[in-house]
Ligand binder design. Structure first.
Ligand code: OGA
Ligand code: NI
Length: 361
């Protein structure tokens, strides 16, 4: 076959993989000891991979939320403000969510991904129409290389009672319970983050930032050639805040000061990060930073669950908030509707995109 057919072949391979509806998990179960070519990343990505280190040089902040409703609140606002400004990422402990709920949520997402391939296949689709979908690589057909991960997605908000009919029973109750916890914790963090910007209490909630919730339950199976691919390519999250629950496996890395820093699993902790929209609304006070997940080199699969907090008012205009536009610091971004913003997001591949720069003045 001649070279000009290379792209055609790749498309064929992508389609065959997609139509198997079994995800990366299906490849691992079939006993592959090498990864298919569609997963091999370009040299510039591979040369920058940095295995999880045993001797952490730098760590992202861990904030103890106990006593958030007491006289510690001012100190918490300060800690969240500093972490969101300097790192864009932090972990929270003593957040009030019992360990049993964290374990149950991870177990439910894992159970979904580990049911027989035939059962998973019934949910495999690229359109999230009914509010639930399962697929491998949301940007499979847009990216230069596929990543070693499968994902289930639940459109949690705006609240639609019919959603639950579409969520598979194997994880339904746990996902519904997790959503309640995320609304509580996410609401508190939006308040703390907003107060740190000098906004009135509840401002970010009033902008509907807690209402448009998308949950992704990622499954990163064992990868036989982790030096040739990634679990999740480098990206920044588009929304306002992300609430991420990761298991004990590790592999998440954040770009800090030009180097990749491991977000080490801390038992019981929840990872929080600033998205592009919050960086924009804060007129660059808070930072949305690039992060990625290495391909999993261990036999045990890694599971993580992210809930993206987005505005539900998709047709309202978003941009730097008036309180943060100052004579000495004019607006750094244009205004846009959230629909327009997300349209931009989904027309590019996830890897290395810079959504915020698109709207920068
Ligand atoms: C994401 C993400 C990290 C992880 O879904 O946007 O960054 O640990 N996930 O899976
Ligand atoms: Ni992310």
């Amino acid at each position: 076959m001649v070279n000009s057919n290379e792209d055609y072949d790749r498309n064929d391979d992508l389609k065959r993989f997609d139509e198997s509806k079994a995800g990366v998990k299906g490849l691992v179960d079939a006993g592959h000891t090498t990864i298919p070519r569609i997963f091999i990343h370009p040299a510039e990505t591979l040369s920058d991979l940095k295995p999880v280190s045993d001797t952490p040089s730098e760590t992202i902040p861990v904030i103890d939320l106990s006593g958030f409703d007491s006289d510690r609140r001012a100190s918490l606002v300060d800690q969240v403000n500093r972490a969101a400004r300097d790192y864009g990422f932090f972990q929270v402990v003593n957040h009030g969510i019992p360990q049993a709920n964290l374990d149950r949520t991870i177990a439910a997402v894992k159970a979904f991904h580990e049911q027989p391939a035939e059962a998973r296949a019934g949910f495999y689709k690229r359109e999230g129409g009914a509010g639930f979908s399962y697929m491998s690589n949301v940007d499979l057909y847009q990216s230069k290389a596929a990543s070693w991960r499968d994902t289930m997605t639940v459109r949690l908000g705006p609240t639609d009672p019919r959603l639950w009919d579409h969520v598979p029973e194997i994880c339904r109750d746990a996902v519904a319970e997790w959503d309640r916890e995320v609304v509580r914790l996410g609401g508190l963090l939006l308040d703390l983050a907003g107060e740190g910007l000098g906004l009135g209490a509840g401002s970010l909630r009033e902008l509907s930032c807690l209402e448009g919730r998308i949950m992704v339950g990622h499954y990163y199976p064992y990868c036989p050639q982790p030096h040739l691919t990634v679990g999740l390519g480098s990206h920044a999250d588009p929304g306002v805040l992300t609430v991420l629950l990761q298991d004990h496996m590790g592999g998440l890395q954040v770009k800090s000061g030009g180097v990749w820093v491991d977000v080490k699993p801390v038992p019981g902790a929840i990872v929080i990060n600033v998205g592009d929209l919050l960086q924009i609304m804060s007129n660059d006070v808070y930072k949305s930073v690039d992060h990625r997940v290495l391909a999993n080199s261990c036999q045990e699969p890694r599971v993580s669950i992210a809930v993206f907090l987005n505005p539900s008012k998709r047709d309202e205009l978003y941009g730097p908030l008036p309180e943060l536009i100052l004579p000495e610091k004019p607006a750094l971004y244009q205004h846009f509707t959230f629909s327009e913003f997300m349209h931009r997001f989904f027309t590019k591949e996830l890897d290395n995109k810079s959504l915020k720069n698109y709207f920068r003045i």
